[in-house]
Ligand binder design. Structure first.
Ligand SMILES: Cc1ncc(C[n+]2csc(CCOP(=O)(O)OP(=O)(O)O)c2C)c(N)n1
Ligand SMILES: [Mg+2]
Length: 352
């Protein structure tokens, strides 16, 4: 069975002609179908517009859940989710909307979860950090750092014991590399050649603490993974095609029985750690405006759009039209979710 992108059968008509989509292009020395780049871009647009809609509506105080937005980090989720199959198992952490959406999670069910409604991804009981969409392979996210690293490793062990060729993927922030559980997990996965992929989103900060106060100078997280004989790759986490290609290599390795991989994606969170504001608007100075501006300049969507244009796969007008179409759908989903019913009080103890 092919990966998520190659599995797709329907192609929206507004999204390039069949001839265009089937054209082969070369990116980072690899031949790819144009459809892959187009779909990766659309996936990031869907994430971006959903997160921006949350940021706009959050101050209305109707989403009563702490919310960690992933604006600026879309390429990691989109690139990795596209490289796996729908029957693989993906796990995430507190900054999970991007991963849930990239797996194909419904915007409406995410919005309903944030509003605490019964149609929410976790029936309105979990809030922003506890999403699930098993039909799309998004098993669960958890706010306890490192927890899903161990659980994903256990999933990979189950796949091995069942003799199936499924793979497990776990996303985590670089602060999880300061916890013991990841090293126990990688060690166990390496010894047992488990089909698990550790995806580290290195956005340089853990809440408001920079790497310099958390890791010794010269730390290379890939070297730590390699010390357990886990093949590791550091990629530009704002380049969606680079992430996709690295994830595909790791997935091929896992599925062929060659064991775990570690991918470190260098990226940056645009908004505050938790909540919709920008740090400098809130008067916080733990990051400089210059650093922020530099990373905004490296926007994953901007880079991807420039690539589509330079390869002749789309022009600016088309890309804006796709964005407008997606935004309209997202806004409609949020409006519908806001009007959805609350869970019944009598059901409170169900599903425990
Ligand atoms: C075991 C554990 N310790 C501490 C926390 C509190 N906490 C929540 S998010 C966070 C920062 C995590 O940083 P990182 O893993 O780099 O992810 P990012 O927020 O940058 O995406 C911390 C310390 C927690 N949720 N779980
Ligand atoms: Mg971080």
């Amino acid at each position: 069975m092919s990966n998520r992108l190659e599995q797709k059968t329907e192609m929206p008509e507004s999204w390039g002609t069949r001839d265009l989509r089937e054209r082969r292009v070369t990116v980072h020395g690899q031949a790819l179908a144009a459809s892959v780049l187009l779909d990766l871009h659309r996936s990031m647009q869907r994430i971006r517009h959903t997160e921006e809609t949350i940021a706009r509506l959050y101050p209305q105080q109707e989403m009563r859940t702490p919310t960690h937005l992933g604006t600026g980090q879309e390429a990691v989720a989109a690139g990795v989710a596209a490289a796996v199959r729908r029957d693989d198992a993906l796990y995430s952490h507190h900054r999970c909307h991007n991963h849930y959406l990239a797996c194909g999670g419904s915007v409406y069910r995410l919005a309903a979860e944030l509003y605490g409604r019964v149609d929410g991804a976790a029936r309105g009981r979990g809030g922003s950090v506890h999403l699930t969409d098993r039909d799309n392979g998004f098993i669960v996210s958890s706010a306890i750092l490192g927890q899903t690293v161990a659980v994903a490793t256990g999933s990979a062990l189950a796949f091995r014991m069942d003799g199936v060729d499924r793979v497990a993927v776990t996303f985590f922030g670089e602060a999880t590399c300061e916890e013991g559980v990841i090293y126990e997990s990688m060690n166990f996965a390496a010894i047992n050649r488990l089909p698990v992929i550790y995806v580290c989103e290195n956005n340089l900060y853990s809440t408001e603490s920079p790497l310099s106060v958390r890791q010794p100078p010269g730390t290379e997280l890939c070297a730590r993974a390699e010390s357990f004989s886990v093949p590791a790759e550091k990629v530009d986490g704002n380049d969606v095609a680079a992430v996709y290609l690295a994830a595909r290599r790791a997935v091929d390795r896992a599925r062929s029985g060659a064991g775990p991989s570690f991918i470190e994606c260098m990226t940056y969170r645009w908004r505050e750690h938790v909540g919709p504001q920008f740090d400098h608007d809130a008067g916080r100075t733990y990051r400089t405006k210059e650093e922020f501006d530099l990373w905004v300049e490296r926007c994953p969507l901007k880079q991807s759009a420039a690539r589509l244009i330079s390869l002749g796969l789309a022009d600016e007008r088309e890309i804006s039209a796709w964005a407008a179409e997606i935004e309209k759908e997202v806004v409609a989903d949020f409006e519908r979710a806001r009007r959805a019913p609350w869970p019944e009080a009598g059901d409170l103890f169900d599903y425990l």
